[in-house]
Write a protein that binds this ligand. Structure first.
Ligand SMILES: NC(=O)c1ccc[n+]([C@@H]2O[C@H](COP(=O)([O-])OP(=O)(O)OC[C@H]3O[C@@H](n4cnc5c(N)ncnc54)[C@H](OP(=O)(O)O)[C@@H]3O)[C@@H](O)[C@H]2O)c1
Length: 255
């Protein structure tokens, strides 16, 4: 079975390790947008496909049997392209998306918003010393905040020049709660702006909760319609076995 894994996440790396024991040929695709992408074991390819049409051509050209979209929950364009391309090429697609933080006990106290614009509006009312944990790509949308202290944590430094009132910190999670408590305290943070990336734990949210720092949480984009979604890598293996059984049954019937 040839599997194309749309990656760039820790779940995608975990899945590669799990499938190695299951006799599946996996090619992990990375966007190439981070300097040090922590590539998974096994075969990788790097760079965009050229939209949904380019991906559909790739699926046919490489005889891909199944696609697992394990990109980040906010990689909405890639997920939409995967849904369109798999539909066109007749290739089964599964979305693996880590669990949302909406189920955390403190989630009801957060200020949930649907967009970065709305996050900016809400955060302005809540505080003047902001911890921005939204990734490098969206920092530009806050660049007008020259009148307040901003602590931005990113994996790679942004290309843009940030205002003098900002501090940009490089770091890649997972982080420790002690460190994030220290970070919020030492910078006197009074509001956290972040997005619902999800996952089993998150130190900044635990730290904000402990210190009573308000949280502005940007909701995830909705997954493409009609695409099955799982939140656990083990469920991908179960789904793949179902696809294999279905394909074997079809071969038997056509003999
Ligand atoms: N967004 C985040 O907050 C975030 C956080 C951590 C990691 N990541 C990872 O970073 C990558 C890019 O995220 P994004 O938010 O920029 O995505 P995006 O906005 O949904 O995608 C933009 C374009 O990048 C290309 N692309 C994205 N993921 C790709 C992949 N795995 N393999 C090949 N091409 C890919 C596609 O180009 P073409 O149209 O040319 O095919 C896509 O149209 C993803 O792999 C994602 O898992 C994203």
């Amino acid at each position: 079975m040839n599997l194309l894994l749309l990656g760039g996440t820790s779940e995608a790396r975990e899945l590669v390790a799990l499938l190695a024991a299951d006799n599946v040929d996996v090619v992990t695709s990375l966007a190439g947008s981070v300097a040090d992408p922590h590539p998974p074991e096994g075969t990788t390819r790097v760079g965009g496909f050229g939209g949904a049409d380019g991906l559909a051509d790739y699926l046919r050209g490489q005889h891909v049997d199944v696609v697992v979209d394990a990109t980040h929950p906010f990689a909405g364009r890639m997920s939409a392209n995967a849904a369109a391309a798999c539909g066109r090429a007749g290739v089964p697609l599964l979305r693996l998306s880590r669990p949302s933080w909406a189920a955390r006990p403190d989630a009801a106290s957060w200020h949930w918003v649907d967009s970065i614009d709305r996050a900016r509006e809400v955060a302005v009312r809540l505080g003047e010393r902001v911890f921005l944990a939204i990734g490098r790509q969206s920092l530009g949308e806050f660049i007008g905040w020259t009148d307040r202290f901003v602590l931005a944590r990113v994996v790679d430094l942004p290309d843009l020049a940030v205002p003098p009132s900002w501090t940009v910190l490089r770091g890649r999670g997972p982080f420790r709660i002690e460190d994030d408590l220290d970070l919020l305290r030492s910078h006197d943070i009074d509001v956290l702006v972040t997005k619902d990336s999800g996952g089993p734990t998150d130190a900044k949210l635990d730290a904000a909760s402990e210190l009573g720092v308000p949280v502005v949480m940007i909701r995830r984009p909705a997954p493409p319609e009609g695409v099955p979604v799982v939140t656990d890598v083990a469920d991908v293996v179960v789904w793949l076995r179902g696809v294999r059984r279905g394909a074997a049954g079809q071969r038997r019937r056509s003999r």
